[in-house]
Design a protein around this ligand. Structure first.
Ligand code: ZN
Length: 275
């Protein structure tokens, strides 16, 4: 969990505002809880957002995954199955690998980043417009973008529903949102298998995550923000891909598409703002 010393605050369910939850795991001083009303899984209490922002330093971007060339080519390929060109905003754009690829393919691109280091890097080194702050504070006019992407970002955001609602406002009619995030179905199965082998395993993979989505809870949150779900699939999230990663990706994609069961390590979801 978030290891640096932080103040924390109790939160209610971001999806349905309920306080009625059950504890899935306790990792002091935090608990991972599941809302009894809507099944959203989240950290409670949560660190303060201003403290979280301070942890996204140059070191974080130097060592964390999500910025590999191959994985971002896969993501762009997914976007371009639905839309070929237009204005694209990448929320939490990291060091801009995805934005650079999209620009090369003819998209008009911009990003947002909480990290001052990252936002400056993108403006100065890549010459791409990058807003240094929260999406909710971005002052673009409603309907400004054709595509908004959030690659492994939604699970880090203190109030994800508010961000998705703002994304909906910022999209043009028929505009699309693309998200990737860890799939809690996979992590629950992994924990249960390890337990049977006598090994204790956390329900979480990353110390900075505040939310732990399943395909069901992410779909509900997107719909609550106004989106129609177009596709649920698998995210290729390997910074240094090997043959086994490709095989797993195509296997989980096949099972998800044919059987409708998504237990991939990271899921991908596509939503659309109605015409
Ligand atoms: Zn709830």
């Amino acid at each position: 969990m978030v290891k640096i010393c932080m103040e924390s605050k109790a939160v209610e369910c971001n999806l349905c505002n309920s306080n009625n939850s059950e504890v899935l795991q306790e990792i002091k001083p935090y608990k991972i809880v599941k809302c009894k009303n809507c099944q959203l899984i989240y950290l409670n209490p949560q660190p303060l957002s201003e403290d979280i922002t301070k942890t996204y330093t140059a070191d974080y971007y130097a060592t964390n995954w999500g910025q590999g060339l191959v994985e971002n080519k896969y993501r762009l390929r997914t976007v371009e199955r639905f839309k070929k060109r237009g204005k694209l905003l990448d929320v939490g754009c990291g060091i801009g690998v995805f934005l650079g690829l999209a620009r090369k393919n003819g998209w008009q691109v911009a990003g947002t980043e909480l990290s001052e280091f990252s936002a400056k890097y993108i403006r100065d080194k890549l010459n791409i417009e990058c807003f240094p702050g929260r999406l909710e504070d971005l002052e673009s006019a409603s309907g400004s973008y054709d595509v908004i992407t959030l690659w492994h970002v939604i699970e880090h955001i203190p109030e994800p529903l508010e961000v998705l609602k703002r994304a909906w406002e910022l999209l043009s009619r028929g505009g699309m949102i693309f998200l990737a995030t860890p799939n809690q179905n996979f992590w629950r199965i992994a924990r249960d298998v390890k337990r049977r082998m006598g090994v204790n395993r956390d329900l979480v993979e990353n110390e900075k995550h505040l939310y732990f989505f399943t395909p069901h809870s992410l779909k509900k949150m997107l719909e609550r923000a106004g989106f129609k779900i177009i596709e649920t699939g698998v995210d290729f999230n390997k910074c240094k891909p090997k043959l086994e990663h490709f095989l797993k990706y195509y296997w989980f994609s096949f099972v998800s598409r044919v059987l409708g069961v998504n237990c991939s390590k990271a899921m991908l979801m596509v939503g659309q703002k109605g015409n």
